[in-house]
Ligand binder design. Structure first.
Ligand code: PFF
Length: 450
């Protein structure tokens, strides 16, 4: 067997996993979903769901990846030879390839907005805010941005696991945290920002509904990159000597922290400008330029810097996540078809670019192409987030909880008995993987499908 690449030490592993987890899900999706679900009570459920449900599922995926040391399909074929489980592995390859195609369209938007911010297009007021609709429905500008965004991601993939993904994550992640902290400070300094902070931090539990709880679980899955083979693939690059509990806790903590910081960067600004927090997916693209431009009349230089830093943060976060989505397909092609990384990367690019272009055009010339009243972009997003991703998560916990031997799972967590592990902690994680997670995920699945 070829010697498999790995990320290097623990820090690199956590940075790469956090690079995948922290993405548009934290900075674009989280704030608007919080806004749609009434604020802090949703945030509270989201945190509980991440710790008690998503993290054990994350561990389950890590066990599959590290134990097999293979791409998703190969992993399942190796761990359950002679069964149909490899088809689940194949699903885990298909889902992220579908997702990355529209994810990179949104990544392209952030690149375009960074350009607009840097060329001061927002600070004059004209065309800022409200311009989002006309931008996404145009043909060439979003397409060009989608192309450049994907090319950057593929460039990192070409660099390899350690020198490409590992290195970019190790440098990019600390910068990302620094950037978001600077924006939080700026945002909290705006007049009227306190209301936004309170909206995120002071729960009103009377606002909790079944939908809020299910949305919070869904958001937590999306944010930790669960159910689509990413954690399986990345964990297959984790050395046998690393502790999976530490990598899991480290990644979930970084992801939660970043989501809260992103909320603290966006909500105070939204409230300071008197904009409705529940305005939906356009929240950061439509309202932030407007907020920045209206504030800018008092302090234009500071506002310009804040908007550049903001869209730079969105872009950085999106790139490392898109790379992880692409890596699932690239690992599959290189290992199962003995392709070179370059050839696999080019094929992944062609697929994601073509489908992504259709998604991008679905806001403009292809807006008439609809199924169930949804355009191509929305249809793909709903199908992937609400069906494929959750089905993937479900199959994963069923596999680890019911198909794998308990002793093998224990063996992975303790690095073949060389690391100590509290029996109660393992018992709890195993219980969640075997009983609680399948039931909870099934409920989310049924509610989203029905
Ligand atoms: N976890 C990343 C994010 O929050 O953006 C990556 C990701 C996960 C993207 C799930 C898309 C997705 F459906």
């Amino acid at each position: 067997m070829d010697k498999r690449e790995n990320f290097g030490g623990m820090a690199a592993v956590i940075m790469a996993l956090a690079g995948s987890a922290i993405g548009l899900g934290n900075i674009w999706r989280f704030p608007y979903v919080v806004g749609q679900n009434g604020g802090a009570a949703f945030v509270f459920v989201y945190i509980i769901a991440t710790i008690f449900l998503s993290l054990p599922i994350f561990f389950a995926e890590s066990v599959i990846g590290r134990r097999s040391g293979a791409n998703c399909r190969g992993a399942l074929a190796r761990l359950a030879p002679g069964t149909k489980w490899h088809l689940f592995g194949l699903l885990c390859v298909i889902t992220p390839m579908l997702i990355v195609s529209y994810y990179s369209v949104v990544g392209g938007w952030s690149l375009d907005y960074l350009f607009k911010a840097a060329t001061l297009s927002f600070t004059g007021g004209a065309g800022a805010g409200g311009g989002f609709g006309s931008f996404v429905s145009s043909v060439w500008e979003p397409l060009l941005a989608h192309t450049v965004f994907l090319l950057v991601c593929i460039g990192i993939i070409f660099g390899g696991v350690r020198k490409g993904i590992g290195k970019v994550s190790k440098i990019g992640m600390p910068i990302l945290f620094l950037l978001i902290v600077v924006i939080v400070v700026y945002s909290l300094s705006l007049r009227g920002a306190g209301k936004g902070a309170a909206y995120l931090l002071q729960p009103d539990f009377s606002k909790l509904t079944a939908k809020t709880v299910l949305d919070a679980i869904g958001q937590s899955f999306y944010s930790l990159s669960l159910g689509m083979g990413i954690i399986i693939t990345y964990s297959s690059y984790v050395k046998k000597s690393e502790n999976l509990l530490v990598t899991g806790f480290g990644t979930a903590t970084a992801d939660l922290l970043f989501a809260m910081l992103a909320g603290m960067a966006i909500m105070p600004a939204v409230f300071a400008a008197g904009i409705a927090p529940g305005s939906g997916p356009g929240l950061i693209f439509d309202t932030l330029p407007f907020i920045f431009s209206s504030m800018g009349q008092q302090m234009p230089a500071l506002t310009a810097i804040a908007s550049v830093l903001f869209f730079l943060t969105v872009l950085f976060a999106a790139v490392t996540s898109a790379v992880s989505l692409l890596e699932v397909g690239v690992a599959y092609l290189t290992e199962e078809f003995k392709m070179s990384r370059i050839k696999a990367g080019i094929l992944a690019f062609i697929f994601a670019w073509t489908l992504g272009a259709l998604c991008s055009l679905s806001f403009g010339p292809l807006s008439g192409v609809q199924l169930f009243g949804l355009g191509i972009f929305d249809l793909l997003d709903r199908f992937c987030s609400n069906v494929l991703l959750i089905a993937g998560g479900l199959l994963c916990v069923v596999f680890v909880g019911w198909k794998m031997k308990r002793s093998d799972v224990y063996d992975e967590f303790t690095n073949s008995g060389t690391k100590r592990l509290n029996a109660r902690l393992f018992g709890f994680i195993y219980f969640v993987i075997r009983y609680l997670a399948p039931v909870a995920v099934l409920l989310v699945f049924l509610s989203s499908v029905l």
